[in-house]
Design a protein around this ligand. Structure first.
Ligand code: UD1
Ligand code: CA
Length: 461
């Protein structure tokens, strides 16, 4: 049995935030979620998260994710340190299980790296295996001290290291795999006699070694995986690495991303083959995009379902459905609960909210369609407004198939316009328009003969 203990009790002071550090997001998900997922995907059956600062918020956020929580007491009267954090879960460690220690603030760690660490640990029959990395700039990290033959001796924290030790470039990632029995034994022996007055999990290595246990190190291939988030700058770094991984996956699945550096797609989205995503586009939540679409530039699409062969430019879409072959934008806005049928054109400066629109209809320019059911083959002219709000309540409008709504008309809801009706430009419709009728609802034009002359305006020029 493999169990993980994910440390997440630290305060994260350098984030300068009201939010617990591990709830800060990269690519739309809390950083802790990536660690939990990596652990679960590495076949670790039981996952304990040690929380402390902001623990209640963390527990609330992950209450449905089959995680076991342990709370580390925080305050001046309590000890502190990674060793003390691991001790919080000590009662749950079986003698014969592998215990994998992870940090809640290292979201880039991959499941396959955890798997390899555990395999390496098992294959070599180690009692403790450290995941290490070689860094050009190892400052701040604990250094891995080996003897002349390359065997691990101990880990020394940066603050406790000698001049010579500080030159070592092999660092402790903070991720380990331990044999349960040996870990419990070593934890009972650690103290806080060090530069920081903390209980260090790293001391477990030295203790195991002194007990004649076998200790090893698995060197990670890609050291970016162990990057922690301690500041907003590091948060942005992790976001960038994660973004490139996510975008790579979409590209490997047949999606063209013109510039992956500035295209922001959350991993929860699905995008079909041969769709092309242009720069500046943000796709978030449970969005599904079909095949052969052109999305971009500068679109934001959230929790929406987009069909095949849809083109969307510089537009915002949220919580809506767009069927095949629609053309949207530039500068259109589909607000929640809108459903466009097939082959619809929603052009520049058109807003649609809580409305359904039937196949082949068009609203090319400058319109507001709110709380409406619009049929098929309807033409919504430029400047048409569905007047859905009287200052207190919202009302719906019904526009049946094949209706033509002339430019700059208002449909004051609740109102119905029946099939094949025509509405003259500039009309304000307040009553039902019957099938096949032409409705003109505007003041008649008056032309005054010779009016300018009468006023003498031309003489004064
Ligand atoms: C630790 C290691 C260091 C390693 C580095 C890698 C120790 C003593 N040192 O140092 O060798 O190179 O990680 O990043 O382990 N935490 C708790 N409770 C605590 C203290 C910490 O849950 O009482 C959590 C933190 O939230 C954090 C993680 O443990 O996620 C690491 O703690 P941190 O203080 O950042 O350790 P480092 O000093 O960076
Ligand atoms: Ca750290």
């Amino acid at each position: 049995m493999n169990i993980s203990i994910i440390l997440a009790a630290g305060e994260g002071t350098r984030m300068k935030s009201k939010i617990p550090k591990v709830l800060h997001k990269i690519c739309g998900k809390p950083i802790l979620e990536y660690v939990i997922n990596a652990s679960k995907n590495a076949n670790i059956e039981k996952n304990y998260v040690v929380v402390g600062h902001g623990g209640e918020k963390v527990k609330e956020k992950f209450k449905d994710s089959h995680i076991l929580f342990k709370t580390q007491p925080i305050g001046d009267e309590y000890p502190y340190g990674t060793g003390y954090a691991v001790m919080q879960a000590i009662d749950h460690i079986d003698d014969n299980s592998n215990v994998i220690i992870l940090y809640g603030d290292t979201p880039l760690i991959r499941d396959k790296t955890i798997k390899r660490l555990v395999d390496y640990h098992d294959k070599n029959d180690y009692d403790g295996t450290i995941l290490t990395a070689y860094l050009e700039d190892p400052a701040g990290y604990g250094r891995v001290i080996r003897d002349d033959e390359g065997y691990i001796l101990k880990i020394v924290e940066h603050k406790d290291a000698t001049e010579e030790e500080l030159k070592i470039k092999e660092i402790n990632s903070g991720i380990y795999c331990f044999n349960g029995r040996q870990l419990k034994y070593a934890l009972s022996k650690i103290d806080n006699d060090n530069a920081q007055g903390e209980y260090y999990i790293t001391d477990v290595i030295k203790i195991l070694k002194e007990e004649g246990c076998k200790v090893g190190a698995y060197v990670i291939e890609d050291s970016r995986e162990i990057h922690g988030v301690n500041s907003r700058v590091q948060l942005a770094f992790c976001e960038k690495v994660m973004r490139s991984r996510i975008n790579k996956r979409y590209m490997e699945n047949g999606v063209t991303i013109i510039n992956p550096e500035n295209t922001y797609i959350e991993p929860s989205a699905t995008i079909g083959k041969d769709s092309i995503i242009y720069p500046g586009t943000i796709i978030v939540g449970k969005t599904i995009i079909g095949e052969d679409c052109i999305i971009g530039e500068n679109c934001r699409i959230e929790n929406s379902k987009i069909g095949n062969k849809v083109e969307i430019y510089s537009s915002n879409i949220s919580d809506s459905i767009v069927d095949d072959e629609c053309m949207i934008g530039p500068y259109a806005h589909l607000r929640p609960n809108s459903h466009l049928g097939r082959n619809i054109k929603i052009g520049n400066f058109v807003e649609v909210k809580n409305s359904t629109i039937g196949d082949n209809s068009k609203a090319g320019h400058l319109a507001y369609i709110g709380d409406a059911d619009v049929g098929k083959n309807v033409n919504v002219g430029c400047g048409v407004v569905f007047v859905n709000y009287d200052g207190r309540s919202k009302f719906r409008s019904l526009v049946e198939d094949n209706v033509f709504i002339g430019s700059n008309s208002n449909l004051v809801a609740p109102v119905a316009v029946r099939e094949w009706a025509y509405i003259a430009a500039g009309s304000t419709i307040t009553e039902e328009v019957e099938e096949g009728n032409l409705s003109i609802a505007r003041a008649r034009q008056v032309n005054r003969d010779g009016w300018v002359e009468e006023k003498g305006y031309k003489d004064n020029k």
